[in-house]
Design a protein around this ligand. Sequence first.
Ligand code: DWN
Length: 395
Amino acid sequence: MKNNINFLDLGLQPLANNYLKKNQLNRKEKKYRLKIGINIGTKLVSINQPISSKLMFNNKYPYRSSMSKTMLKSFQNLAVLINKKFKPKKILEIGSNDGSFIKNFSKKKVIGIEPCSNVEKITKKKGFNTYPLYWNLKTAKKLLIKEGKVDLIYSANTISHIENLDEVFRSIDIILNDNGILIIEDPSLLECLKKNTYDQFYNEHIYVFSLIGLENVLKKHNFEIFHIQTLEIHGGSNRYFIKKRINKKKISSSVKDQKKKEMKYGINKISTYRKFAKRVKLSKKKLKKIFLKIILNDNKIIGYGVTAKSTTILNYCKIGNDLVSYFIDTTKAKQNKYTPGTKIPIFKYPGFIEKDIDFVFLGAWNFKKEIFKKEKNFIKRGGKFIIHTPTPKIL
Ligand code: DWN
């Protein structure tokens, strides 16, 4: 990316969600150098070499947002808040995945855009109005003709996946009413730095936003953040409430407060990122040491929840099938496949952690609370989880 100072090199990484079939195991996998940098002008933090959306988001996309109760609850709560506070007549969701958010609204009221047609179909089958399209100017113009303007746009974990942010916001500007509301939700850079969750960086996550960075882009398009909510979801996310500048809605103190927190942490300073990079290198060493110690003591480790994030960890730390016997996961599209790059088998979640397992690497660490609740029997019998954040440890 132009004007970026790179501060972290996470090595060669495969496409994060490209789970391999058995017959693909002997083929050479394409890998991409994953470096992370900060833009000296906008302060946006991004990966250095974005990959074409079509390669990552297509009719084979495995991720389903409905796989976690935490996500479903969060969407449900937000839907209640939206109806109560903003009372929109027409809502658009950018990146509607399998419909976990829009299913909380009346079918007449919502439109979904989802480029991964296999996932989009799931929502359409339930009777919702969805389009298998990427978010860009062409889509916005098409929608404007077909559906007219909308009162509210919501987008969770999607805007950070699109390289051309100027086009994203120009497209939103076209279709959003002048007094309309835009709500964006993505992992928080501040939380990522604090919790050392370097696995938030993978080829799909082109950006990890801070309020300061996002605001610098929004400004160019006459958008303003008027409220911000910090969420626990996905290891710490920010939910930005945004309006057009001509809308004179009051700006809440939450925006100033968050900016203060980011400045205090040094989010605009390169030295902050250099320190982060040092912590990441140390984290790799510590995690590897934990794995090796368990294996040398003749114990078996399995993985729980195979995530795009875990692709970064496994490939960066060179943790393969010699250290992790297999992963278990509830997502059908990932089962009976192998992890990208590291080729660890993935099996169906059997409903519990099997009796012969004492150590479990938590790939889906962001759902720790939900998973610990579900696996209380494993914890009761002395089973241990391995987690890499904020520092690698056995829990
Ligand atoms: O931004 C993105 C986020 C929202 O989703 C995408 N780029 C891709 C994807 O990232 P991820 O794969 O890191 O997402 P999750 O939501 O952390 O994945 C959790 C995985 O763990 C899923 O495969 C489901 C699985 N899981 C499980 O097997 N048992 C999850 C829970 C809660 C469980 O109990």
